[in-house]
Design a protein around this ligand. Structure first.
Ligand SMILES: NC(=O)c1ccc[n+]([C@@H]2O[C@H](COP(=O)([O-])OP(=O)(O)OC[C@H]3O[C@@H](n4cnc5c(N)ncnc54)[C@H](O)[C@@H]3O)[C@@H](O)[C@H]2O)c1
Length: 519
């Protein structure tokens, strides 16, 4: 990440508290600009005001801001009037993103009354002075676009909201941690971004023969311009090629291009390319770093996050694999504009699943149907992928709650396999979600109204909800028992109770009878 994050807002809004927490979350240095000024002037801020005047304070503030900006990317908490000076504002805008924290007067007063920090501009008669300060700065404060309301929110809730607003997450818990960044047009500036993160080296861009002519050129250009030695390996597109032979071909290209342990693999494609390139990186020279640039909706909101890599065997999907998270996931929604509509729909099934798991807002958006331009927005993609980010953060190795992400997949995988992959993954998951919701209703976990709500939302997205007429339910059950998520021959379901509530590890007694009786 090569940008600073500036935290700005009125006195008492929590700039230092939130800034410190955000820096911890992102594992970035934290700079409290007021503290820097105190250190620089060697006296407390009230004393600078009384002895030297506000103009001198503002001068020191500008010098300290300019010094902070020249350091490595940091989270910088600014004083409540630091960006009144247009020069400071331009400086901050050029070197990072300004996040404005807002809060209403009573909340600010409450927070300031319990704070020990002395603020000269509002000392004594706090209510009146703060009120007129907010009034005076109203237009200035209103002029910031990236705003986070802090009233009635815990610091953790504010933090999560900020991460989503920035479209930037640092995923910990597996290896050293890695960035997921959502940025429209980001693919064209990959080279600069990677230089800051990794330093120049040899890279192997792995892609497929659909994506290569559409998107590889701009990425190779950006990498070469930034000084990377570039190579490309293209695999034939499609799930049928997610096999050992494709991994072996990538290994061969890596050795031919003499990539070493400091080199990088970059995956540019959907879930198939990501899984294969990630696995090749996991195993080449006992593991080298890799970067993921997902190009399908499904890969953006799902497969690019969580560190799972691997390939299929004739006996089953993803039977061989490794946890090997990328160093960086760069999600550029503009890459979706070339994706065929059926593939977008395929990804929408996973988006709806995320809505069911943890976001009423996302569910409602899906329930309103499917409008491709909305899907290409940073906001939509960030909301959709944030559910997976949250689950992976809580449970990186799928020992518990992450299993909620399997919603629709126990039945869905079996349907996908039995259709010989003629039914695409997302479509199979859509049918799986409704079938599993019906099971949940049969065991009185959920209401019939929920099954109806889910079916309607899938219909709005143009996704199926019924098991195909010719497909034998008995065979679906048999196939489910062969799935790698089955343990001790018992199928463990993740079943929906309601939106935002998924029960995991559910074993259903008399499953055969119940399953056969489903309508
Ligand atoms: N690792 C994980 O955690 C995880 C999670 C979910 C799914 N998966 C895996 O992901 C795979 C499915 O991923 P997918 O749906 O992305 O399939 P995919 O990679 O096969 O891509 C679908 C199709 O879209 C084409 N395509 C990709 N991006 C494009 C673009 N921008 N413009 C035009 N065409 C484009 C591809 O060439 C392909 O034909 C499965 O193998 C599944 O097992 C992995």
């Amino acid at each position: 990440m090569n940008d600073h994050i500036f935290i700005y807002g009125p006195p008492g809004v929590g700039k230092s508290t939130i800034g410190k927490k955000l820096a911890q979350e992102y594992q970035l240095p934290f700079i409290d600009l007021d503290q820097k000024i105190v250190g620089y002037a060697k006296k407390p801020i009230p004393k600078i005001f009384t002895e030297d005047g506000e103009a001198h304070f503002r001068q020191l503030e500008q010098e300290c801001l300019s010094a902070a900006i020249n350091q490595s990317p940091s989270v910088i908490a600014l004083g409540g009037g630091a960006l009144l000076d247009p020069e400071n504002r331009i400086m901050a805008k050029e070197k990072g993103r300004i996040l404005f924290l807002s809060g209403h007067l009573p909340v600010l007063i409450n927070r300031l009354s319990s704070s020990e920090t002395m603020r000269p501009l509002i000392a004594s008669d706090l209510r009146q002075k703060l009120k007129s300060l907010l009034l005076k700065r109203k237009d200035h404060y209103d002029s910031f676009s990236l705003k986070c309301e802090t009233d009635n929110r815990t610091p953790e809730e504010i933090l999560w909201k900020i991460e989503k607003m920035l479209g930037q997450f640092f995923i910990k818990g597996m290896g050293e941690g890695y960035w997921v960044k959502v940025k429209s047009g980001g693919a064209t500036t990959l080279g600069a971004e990677l230089s800051a993160l990794h330093g120049s080296c040899s890279v192997m861009l792995v892609t497929d023969d659909n994506v290569e002519p559409l998107h590889a050129g701009k990425i190779m250009d950006s990498l070469s311009t930034a000084g990377f030695e570039t190579h490309i390996h293209t695999i034939p597109a499609g799930e049928a090629h997610k096999k050992l032979e494709s991994v072996a071909a990538i290994w061969e290209s890596l050795t031919t291009a003499r990539l070493d342990r400091k080199s990088l693999v970059i995956a540019l494609g959907g879930g198939v390319v990501g899984d294969l390139a990630g696995f090749a990186a996991a195993t080449y020279m006992r593991g080298i770093d890799w970067i993921n640039i997902p190009t399908t909706l499904l890969a953006m909101v799902d497969s690019s996050i969580g560190g799972k890599t691997g390939f299929d065997l004739p006996q089953g999907k993803n039977l061989i694999g490794a946890f090997h998270p990328p160093k960086f996931v760069l999600t550029d929604p503009t890459l979706l504009t070339t994706l065929p509509e059926n593939e977008l729909r395929n990804g929408m099934a996973e988006v709806l699943k995320h809505g069911v798991i943890d976001s009423r807002q996302l569910f409602e958006q899906c329930n309103n149907g499917f409008n491709p331009p909305d899907v290409y927005s940073e906001k939509f993609i960030t909301e959709a992928l944030s559910v997976k980010v949250k689950m992976v953060q809580i449970d990186p190795f799928e020992k518990g709650p992450r299993a909620a992400l399997n919603l629709g997949h126990t039945v869905g995988h079996a349907i996908e396999l039995l259709s010989n992959f003629q039914i695409p993954h997302g479509f199979a998951v859509a049918i799986g979600m409704v079938t599993e919701a019906k099971l949940a209703h049969k065991i009185r976990l959920t209401k019939k109204a929920f099954v109806h709500e889910l079916t309607t939302a899938l219909q709005q997205l143009g996704l199926p909800s019924e098991i195909p007429p010719g497909m034998d339910k008995h065979k679906i059950l048999e196939t489910m028992r062969l799935d790698k998520k089955t343990s001790n021959k018992q199928i463990h379901f993740a079943l929906p109770k309601e939106i935002g509530k998924i029960e995991i590890g559910i074993v259903i007694e008399n499953l055969e009878d119940i399953f056969e009786s489903l309508e």
